[in-house]
Design a binder for this molecule. Structure first.
Ligand code: ZN
Length: 338
């Protein structure tokens, strides 16, 4: 079996999965990242040991660990280059440290890429060769699956970062520092910033969004509830989200010559509020694709997508290493083969 980890800013989760993706054990704990990186790694190791024990209890053994982490990841060195949610991990050799403490092969990947691997293995994208995945959460993550494989570009630590595609150069500032990224229009943070801008411009002076903000209870979820209740500003923010997503997908579909998109992450729960403007914006702008040929799906796995993807990553890494060893042995043996 393998362990799949999803390491976020506040929580970290683990699954024990077999070759077919069946889950045999799961565990969730606090990341506690403010207590320092050593403490976080201690917690991770303890959680992995629980998984190893759960496998042993079934008469099985863990062969590898896969982990999804938000941010820029150096896969080859097993290093977290930059993580906005786990800043104390910046430059930290997480993979190597876990390998050393656990005595198991550990493979790291960006969390949105892990989402892609999970959905392709067990979710809504099973059997689809080419597609773009977008995760809508506090930020916007993305992945490109091309020819049934994750696109990793030049292995620079990032690829498929759809969230930082510029939608409107004159648009709101993004967490990355640029203006008008998709993330600045279509994330949980963008919803909250949209409310703040309405306050700053004097448009929002009363009503449910105003009350929530005054109580310090404004969250993407509460903006969603206000939109469902018919609040005009909240509805506009989700329409803007759909408009921006449709524009990003139209650009990607035209460039890549593909027609499938898959949306996941917590904010994708507001699907009914943004899917119509998304499709309208996509169909108008993607002139290459006949209207009706674009296919936008919803994640089938929810919170489990990145976990299952990490398990898939562990299997892929394990098989590749074993393949390499097999290759080396076959090159050396038989010795008379030259
Ligand atoms: Zn950005």
């Amino acid at each position: 079996m393998v362990l799949g980890l999803d390491i976020g800013g506040t929580h970290m989760r683990l699954v024990l999965a077999d070759r077919r993706g069946k889950l045999h054990h799961r565990h969730k704990g606090r990341t506690g990242s403010r207590e320092g990186v050593d403490r976080t790694v201690q917690r991770l190791v303890a959680m992995c040991r629980r998984g190893v024990a759960a496998a042993a209890a079934e008469g099985s053994r863990v062969v590898a660990v896969g982990a999804g982490v938000a941010g820029k990841i150096d896969r080859r060195r097993g290093e977290v280059l930059f993580s906005p949610n786990l800043p104390e991990m910046n430059g930290y050799p997480l993979g190597a440290e876990l390998e050393r403490q656990l005595g198991l092969a550990v493979f790291l990947e960006n969390d949105a890429n892990a989402f892609g691997l999970g959905e392709h293995w067990q979710g809504s994208a099973r059997g689809i060769a080419n597609w773009v995945g977008i995760t809508l959460g506090t930020g916007v993550g993305g992945c490109l699956m091309l020819n049934h494989d994750l696109w990793r570009g030049d292995d620079l630590g990032f690829a498929g970062e759809v969230g930082h595609m510029i939608i409107d150069p004159a648009g709101p500032v993004c967490a990355c520092g640029a203006h008008g990224c998709l993330e600045a229009h279509a994330s949980g943070s963008a919803l909250l910033q949209g409310v703040e801008r309405a306050v700053a411009s004097g448009r929002l002076t009363s009503g449910p969004l105003w009350d929530l903000r005054q109580r310090g209870a404004l969250t993407p979820r509460s903006v969603h509830a206000c939109a469902l209740g018919g609040n005009a500003l909240a509805r506009e923010l989700f329409e803007r989200m759909g408009w921006a997503l449709g524009l990003a997908l139209a650009n990607l579909f035209s460039i890549l010559g593909i027609r499938h998109g898959l949306l996941g992450g917590g904010v994708s729960g507001a699907w009914d509020l943004f899917i119509a403007p998304l499709m309208a914006s996509l169909v108008i702008r993607c002139r290459m694709l006949p209207a009706g040929d674009a296919s936008i799906r919803r994640s089938a796995l929810g919170d489990d997508a990145a976990l299952l993807g990490s398990a898939r990553l562990a299997w892929q890494g394990h098989d590749a290493r074993r393949g390499h060893e097999g290759e080396r042995v076959s090159r050396l043996w038989p010795p008379w083969a030259g």
